[in-house]
Design a protein around this ligand. Structure first.
Ligand code: PLP
Ligand code: COI
Length: 359
């Protein structure tokens, strides 16, 4: 039971969720609802063991000296299952997430599972939880996670000999409170999001590094997100990739190890090609962004963010409106094209959907 102090600490929406009989993914903050099953595999000394089925969601009991708690031996994935127009449920671009997670685990210098095992965990958890998939624009967020679990505070320079690989699900609505609305982004010119060699790893350590600049920008500039542009090189925000677009072109940073290789980014590039648009993958400077704001559009892309329009940019104390400050037509068109594929409204011509069997 919550006491008065707990309630005071909760945001109103979290409180409403906890107090309601029917949790609503559209009013609960993104990621605060959990479906009631998970799939868990245990790693010890080179071998992954999996009982072969999802189990009820339950807390783990960890020794206070557990490796991940001290040395951040953690990485994760974020993908979604969507309710289809025919009522069934399908996972979007699961194979791409599996590939990226195996790379992340390898970059932690831990032993990756086989792609088959990770696929089985994702499918088992998501199948067990499929009935908790909200209707669009909601979805069932899928969170595969790897943590080093050896109780060993001396292992600062060695990978954990034990680990848990698990998948949980969260019914979600919009990531940014307030639905699809023009976002305000703050350009951080000096502090990098993470280190150059770890940018493409989806590791919790990267997110805590971005937290300080993000909280400062929220407090000082009422920004929704920080766009990292160290050495005038615009890469990504704390939780999404970044695009410029106009009616016949999309532009985004070319891939290297300094930022996360977004699966939504890759999907938008493919959709733009399919629509006959030009695609430019190259560096973008703050000066180009400033000039672009006078005639073009900008958006963020990510599994959680989907395609989120940018209405205002703050750089070195200057507030720049993007176009008329409202979501532009190309941004809205690309968002619809993407979500139509995810929900089975339009043809899945690239084989991006994995259909879940009813349990
Ligand atoms: N960059 C960062 C830092 C992210 O957290 C995300 C979200 O996952 C992305 C980019 C976009 O990646 P994806 O489209 O695969 O979700
Ligand atoms: C995602 O889009 O899947 C992310 O990982 C963003 C997350 C920080 C909510």
């Amino acid at each position: 039971m919550l006491n008065g102090r707990d309630v005071a600490r909760l945001q109103k929406s979290e409180y409403n969720y906890l107090m309601s009989d029917k949790p609503d993914p559209f009013s609960a903050p993104f990621g605060t609802l959990f479906s009631d099953h998970m799939a868990v595999s245990t790693y010890v000394d080179g071998d992954y063991d999996y009982p072969g089925a999802a189990v009820p969601l339950a807390p783990f009991s960890l020794h206070p000296g557990t490796h991940v708690l001290h040395y951040a031996s953690e990485c994760f994935e974020g993908l979604k299952a969507h309710r289809q127009v025919d009522g069934s449920v399908a996972i979007f671009r699961m194979e791409d997430s599996i590939e990226r997670m195996l790379l992340s685990i390898a970059k932690l210098r831990a032993t990756p599972p086989s792609a088959d095992l990770l696929r089985q965990l994702i499918v088992d958890a998501t199948t067990a939880n499929a009935s908790s998939t909200p209707e669009p624009p909601g979805s069932l967020y899928i969170r595969p996670t790897f943590i080093g679990t050896a109780a060993n505070i001396g292992a600062a320079a060695t990978p954990s000999r034990e680990a848990l690989l698990y998948v949980i699900n969260s019914p979600v609505g919009d990531y940014f409170p307030g639905g699809v609305r023009p976002l305000t982004i703050y350009i951080e010119n000096d502090i990098p999001r993470t280190t150059p060699q770890f940018g493409s790893v989806k590791s919790g350590a990267n997110y805590v590094m971005a937290l300080g600049p993000t909280l400062d920008a929220k407090r000082d500039h009422v920004a929704d997100q920080v766009l990292f542009a160290t050495s005038d090189d615009i890469t990504e925000t704390g939780a999404s990739n970044f695009f410029l677009c106009d009616e016949d072109r999309v532009i985004t940073r070319n891939l290297d190890d300094s930022f996360l290789h977004g699966i939504t980014r890759k999907s938008i590039i493919q959709i733009a090609h399919d629509l006959g648009m030009e695609v430019e993958e190259r560096s973008i400077s703050v000066e180009e962004l400033r000039a672009w704001s006078e005639h073009g559009e900008m958006f963020l892309s990510g599994t959680a963010a989907v395609i989120a329009p940018v209405g205002k940019v703050i750089t070195r104390g200057e507030y720049i409106e993007v176009g008329d400050g409202q979501p532009g037509p190309t941004t809205r068109m690309l968002r619809e094209a993407l979500t139509d594929i995810q929900t089975g409204k339009s043809e899945d011509k690239h084989g991006w959907l994995t259909h879940i069997e009813s349990p």
